[in-house]
Design a binder for this molecule. Structure first.
Ligand SMILES: Nc1ncnc2c1ncn2[C@@H]1O[C@H](COP(=O)(O)OP(=O)(O)OP(=O)(O)O)[C@@H](O)[C@H]1O
Length: 359
């Protein structure tokens, strides 16, 4: 699968932009702030229906405009796919596949597998557990529709339960029966999601460790573990045990929405004890593992977006990444960089087929 062409209208700093791509490597080069990352983000948008960098959809519309349109033409085996993602201020975002709007965005997830590696990935280490859950959920959901549906249902019930807890507190009332209906639904969806996360990590962790080894060329003891209260107790019991706490807090304090992934190096948290280089390698290994995991399942090479990796990584690590990509039967790659010469020198080593766009 590869992206043949892209048209942007009022997307971030671009009023109008049309690009035709190489099926292998495409590089966007230019000074800081010209919009290299924005183009990668628009491609991300076509795959995920949202921005990787700015979760507030309306802020992706060009200043002073009131809509954006991203249109991509993909070649998927012998079929062409036209994906259009558009947003008008005050309206809901629309994603159309071959002219037909999706009723549910969830149906689009997984249609165009894509992995992004960007300096913004550092949030996976530095920020709260929600970022790591989102990463895990995103990887699983791209290949498991049922997981995504359970997750949507779980989150819906969770917000209903939280609203009910608030209502109880505001009205000094309590209704055990209604609450137990929500508890039952949370337990059903939550238990399924937990089992799927466990299974996913069983497959994913060995791939991750292999990738880390390949990137760093040595055997540092890194680990990734799944942290969930559901390992020790089923969700129904946990919800009962936390009832008084939940009533006091007016939200649900236990469940798979509190799970986390622990990233460690020599058994210490990488956030506190990993060097900057180790942290970067950890993140790249995570993303390469995502690439491999998705490829194994979908039997297609995900599109790979490499944002600013030459700038933010030392030469050693970049050459490891390049040699990894080189060894693999990779798919289409999009690269952003400030230096045209450096980019060309690197991409030449990967493949003879490439295109450089000077922005
Ligand atoms: N909604 C918007 N409307 C207009 N311009 C926007 C909008 N959102 C972001 N921008 C502009 O996009 C530019 C940043 O683009 P981008 O991050 O793609 O740059 P870049 O070429 O990747 O830069 P760098 O080399 O520094 O990473 C900034 O000038 C920013 O003001």
């Amino acid at each position: 699968m590869y992206l043949k062409s892209l048209s942007l209208l009022n997307y971030k700093n671009f009023e109008s932009k049309n690009l035709e791509f190489d099926s292998k490597i495409n590089c966007f080069v230019g000074d800081n702030g010209v919009g290299k990352t924005n183009i990668l983000d628009s491609i991300y948008h076509l795959s995920f229906g949202k921005s990787y960098f700015n979760p507030v959809s309306s802020q992706n519309i060009k200043h002073d405009a009131d809509f954006f349109v991203i249109e991509g033409h993909f070649q998927k085996e012998d079929k062409e796919e036209k994906i259009v993602c558009s947003l008008k201020k005050g309206n809901k975002k629309i994603i159309k596949r071959n002219g037909k709007p999706y009723e549910k965005f969830a149906d689009h997830i997984g249609v165009l597998p894509l992995v992004i590696i960007s300096p913004a990935d550092r949030d996976l280490i530095l920020e709260g557990s929600d970022v790591r859950r989102k990463f895990m959920d995103g990887v699983i959901a791209q290949s498991d529709k049922e997981y995504l549906q359970h997750l949507i249902n779980y989150n819906k019930v969770l917000s209903q339960r939280n609203a009910l807890l608030k209502y109880f507190a505001a009205n000094h009332t309590f209704d055990k029966t209604t609450l137990s209906v929500y508890n039952g639904q949370l337990e059903n969806y939550g238990t399924e999601l937990f089992k799927k996360r466990v299974k996913f990590l069983e497959d994913f962790i060995p791939i991750f460790k292999e990738q880390y080894k390949a990137i760093t060329n040595n055997i540092e003891d890194v680990n990734l573990t799944y942290d969930s209260k559901l390992f020790s107790q089923n969700l129904g019991t946990l919800l009962q045990e936390h009832l008084e706490k939940d009533r006091a807090l007016q939200y649900t304090s236990v469940g798979i929405h509190k799970d986390d992934l622990n990233f460690s190096i020599r058994e210490y948290p990488i956030k506190k004890f990993g060097s900057q280089g180790q942290q970067k390698s950890f993140l790249i290994a995570l993303k390469f593992a995502q690439f491999h995991f998705m490829r194994n399942l979908s039997k297609t090479n995900p599109i790979l977006l490499l944002d600013d990796i030459f700038d933010k990584l030392d030469e050693n690590r970049v050459s490891h990444i390049i040699s990894l990509v080189n060894k693999e039967n990779f798919g289409q790659i999009f690269v952003s960089d400030t230096h045209a010469d450096r980019t060309e020198a690197v991409v030449k080593k990967i493949h003879q087929s490439y295109k450089i766009f000077k922005l």
